[in-house]
Design a protein around this ligand. Structure first.
Ligand code: MN
Ligand code: MN
Length: 301
């Protein structure tokens, strides 16, 4: 059984190429004291200029924040001096999603920990081929990280990617844990080790803050403004994650805030909590999307 035909794979490849080029430009762009909103908008603009669409808002997660922070509307926060910044970006072409991340390290204390995320990602990728189990990959990631004196984040995982879906159902752990099933040729996965210091808890927890959202259901409101906002979301993002700042201008500014709150309260849309390391220790991350082959894999990003 083929999962994706050649036309779909070609779209995944193009998606990955656009994302790789955008990520490499972002590596040279992110600086201390830069506005976080500017970083998000730059990443998203690069993706669009190259002919892709953002598969989700650019995540800019700083120090102990591991994932899921993007600038809310009017964000005035800046990249702190001596911080460790995870930039996580996604592209889709006709819904075919690729996902990548890098860590910009402005603190020499965390340079080795930043390299370790990349090393663990490389080691994982070197083991990937058809019939490998997710637990084997998790164990390679965990051992690579621990051998360098660090700790993996145990409750964040890699994941299969699909069409109009970023987390497509199958997980790849970052630690050695029991898993069912094996990777199959033709499947696409994002592998993403997260690393923290040895003394840390090695897990993340939710915060109350939500900056990234997703459509849940469309037939839930009689309010015409809410209907209009939901239609914009459905037409532009379908089931992919979006940022509130992407909705600015759809409704008059005064109505927007109230209607957005109503959509959240009625569960027409849901928000993803910002993840923070449980002991508030710094986290690094690296991520690639790859296509599983019989005898190895192809990195798309
Ligand atoms: Mn990602
Ligand atoms: Mn991912």
């Amino acid at each position: 059984m083929t999962l994706y035909d050649e036309e779909a794979l070609e779209k995944f490849r193009l998606s990955g190429q656009i994302l790789r080029e955008s990520r490499e430009e972002m590596r040279g762009y992110v600086r201390e004291n830069m506005s976080i909103l500017e970083v998000c908008e730059k990443a998203e603009a690069l993706i669009c200029e190259k002919g892709g669409k953002p598969a989700f808002p650019c995540n800019v997660s700083i120090d102990e924040v591991a994932a899921h922070y993007t600038s809310p509307p009017g964000d005035t926060s800046r990249i702190p001096e001596r911080s460790v910044v995870k930039v996580d970006m996604g592209v889709h072409i006709d819904g075919y999603v690729t996902d990548t991340a890098f860590t910009a390290c402005f603190n020499s204390d965390y340079e080795i920990m930043t390299e370790t995320a990349e090393t663990a990602l490389k080691a994982a990728i070197a083991t990937i081929q058809a019939d490998v189990s997710p637990s084997k990959i998790g164990s390679v990631i965990e051992n690579t990280i621990k051998n360098r004196g660090f700790k993996p984040i145990q409750n964040l995982t890699g994941h299969s990617v699909g069409r109009y879906i970023v987390h497509a159902g199958k997980s790849i752990p970052n630690v050695n844990q029991i898993s069912f099933g094996k990777l199959k040729a033709g499947e696409l996965y994002a592998i993403e080790p997260f690393v923290t210091v040895h003394e840390a808890g090695g897990a993340v927890e939710d915060t109350a803050q939500k900056t990234i959202f997703r459509l849940v259901k469309t037939k839930s409101t009689k309010n015409p403004d809410a209907k209009q906002l939901l239609k914009f979301i459905e037409d532009n993002f379908r089931t992919l994650p979006f940022a509130e700042r992407w909705l600015i201008g759809v409704l008059p500014e005064k109505r927007h805030r109230e209607v957005f709150r109503e959509l959240l309260a009625t569960k027409a849309i849901m928000g993803y909590p910002v993840f923070v390391e449980v002991t508030r220790k710094t986290v690094t991350q690296a991520e690639h999307t790859l296509l599983v082959k019989e005898d190895g894999c192809t990195i798309l990003t």
